[in-house]
Design a protein around this ligand. Structure first.
Ligand code: FE2
Ligand code: FE2
Length: 174
């Protein structure tokens, strides 16, 4: 399981190191890079087990990252460019819909690969836009992001904690 250390190490999320509270954008870029790496591995593997494992990790990473952006980051930085943030939120909605469909599908299903590829393309375009169009704009605005970073770290630690609890309960039920 990818989340084996999460309950002992709250706040690290899937990034594997402490949340950089004074540079929250860096944490988001690290998430993007993790998804890029997993997507690359998914797309370039012919091994069903490897693909399954990558797909599961991509879904988990995206779920966590989306919630962090939607609940804390986007509201905090909306004023920088409300139109762009609204556009990002629409992208997230589309990605969330795809994630919901994928969760109900078997990874052995032939159609899953097509939808995974569609999801990856959509996500890659979205993260590219965040990194190329929005993050530089935010940087130029010179906003102090420490408060946002602290909120993001707390939100993520809480999510990780809740997930660990949910998986504990799931195990006890089995
Ligand atoms: Fe996003
Ligand atoms: Fe993002």
């Amino acid at each position: 399981m990818a989340s084996v250390n999460d309950s002992n190490n709250p706040g690290t999320g899937s990034r594997g190191s402490a949340f950089p509270v004074d540079r929250p954008v860096e944490a988001l870029i690290r998430d993007h890079n993790l998804v890029r790496k997993l997507a690359d591995k998914y797309l370039n593997s012919d091994h069903p087990e490897v693909k399954k494992q990558c797909a599961t990790q991509i879904l988990q990473a995206l779920h966590m990252h989306s919630q962090l952006e939607e609940s804390v980051f986007y509201p905090a930085v909306r004023a920088i460019d409300p139109g762009m943030i609204a556009h990002f939120e629409q992208d997230h909605q589309q990605v969330d819909d795809m994630l919901a469909s994928l969760r109900g599908m078997s990874l052995d299903d032939q159609r899953t690969d097509g939808l995974m590829r569609e999801l990856i393309k959509m996500v890659m375009d979205h993260v590219q836009q965040e990194e190329n169009d929005f993050f530089p704009k935010l940087e130029r605005a010179g906003m102090d992001l420490t408060q946002v970073g602290l909120q993001m770290a707390a939100f993520e630690a809480n999510l990780v904690h809740m997930q660990a609890q949910a998986s504990d309960q799931g195990m006890r039920r089995r």
